[in-house]
Design a protein around this ligand. Structure first.
Ligand SMILES: Nc1ncnc2c1ncn2[C@@H]1O[C@H](COP(=O)(O)OP(=O)(O)OP(=O)(O)O)[C@@H](O)[C@H]1O
Ligand SMILES: [Mg+2]
Length: 226
């Protein structure tokens, strides 16, 4: 296999509440995804899928273990370096799009580029071109509340891809969509892997989509089922 785009070793996460009860959400997970590979992660509710994704993306810190994006160990970086790495190399898609309600679609998609220091005109051009390629050319100025659920989620995928990330992390991105829109979002993620050469992790409860990924990983009780 190619050198992984993202790799986790011995990843563990325990949540403690009120100092007494502890939940071991992850129990030492080893996991990696190659460039160009779409890996689906499935498993029952509470298995630790979202926790895994958050740690892979450096959105939470593990109790033990490390994640490397390329050759960068996430949890040895200071907060500013970690934020920069997330902005440059990782793209996130959530179940609820998390688009900013007061901005139009194109401005939402341009935002990660603006944060990365890309000049406004170029950022807007790239955002527009990507949205047009996703069939949203007529919705560039629409705010999230003026988009359908499927359109919102395609815009969220565009925002994740616009910065040309090596890794895309998607947490039930089709959870609220009908079959046709689920297909569209799945198609964009698969294309991001196959044609874009990105490593894509897709957490999903949709067995039909999961079966069509390049690889299927099953989680149970905080661990990957061998
Ligand atoms: N912030 C938190 N504090 C305490 N426990 C948490 C927290 N977040 C998650 N957990 C617990 O960790 C376990 C794994 O949660 P996680 O959200 O990763 O599951 P999941 O596989 O994504 O489930 P679902 O399919 O329902 O989204 C669960 O038992 C959950 O209750
Ligand atoms: Mg979850």
């Amino acid at each position: 296999m190619n050198r992984p785009a993202i790799r986790a070793a011995g990843l563990a996460k325990a949540y403690s509440r009120d100092g007494s009860s502890t939940t071991r959400a992850l129990r030492g997970v080893d996991f990696s995804v190659a460039p160009g590979e779409l890996c689906a992660v499935v498993g029952p509710s509470g298995a630790g899928k979202t926790t895994l994704l958050y740690l892979l993306g450096g959105l939470a810190r593990p109790t033990q273990g490390e994640v490397w994006v390329g050759d960068q160990p996430l949890f040895r970086l200071d907060d500013a370096s970690l934020s920069r790495l997330r902005n440059r190399h990782l793209g996130f898609v959530f179940q609820y799009h998390h688009l900013l309600p007061e901005f139009g679609a194109a401005d939402n998609v341009a935002l990660p580029l603006r944060i990365a220091g890309v000049p406004a005109g170029e950022a807007r051009r790239r955002a527009r071109a990507l949205l047009e390629s996703m069939g949203l050319g007529k919705r560039l100025g629409h705010r999230p509340g003026e988009l359908s659920g499927g359109e919102q989620q395609r815009a969220a995928v565009a925002r994740a891809l616009v910065g040309d990330p090596a890794v895309v992390l998607a947490d039930e991105p089709t959870g609220n969509l009908d079959k046709a829109n689920s297909e569209a979002v799945f198609g964009l993620l698969r294309q991001a892997a196959r044609e874009g050469g990105r490593a894509v992790v897709l957490v999903t409860h949709n067995a039909d989509l999961a079966a069509r990924a390049d690889r299927l990983v099953r989680m149970e009780d905080g661990a990957i089922v061998p």
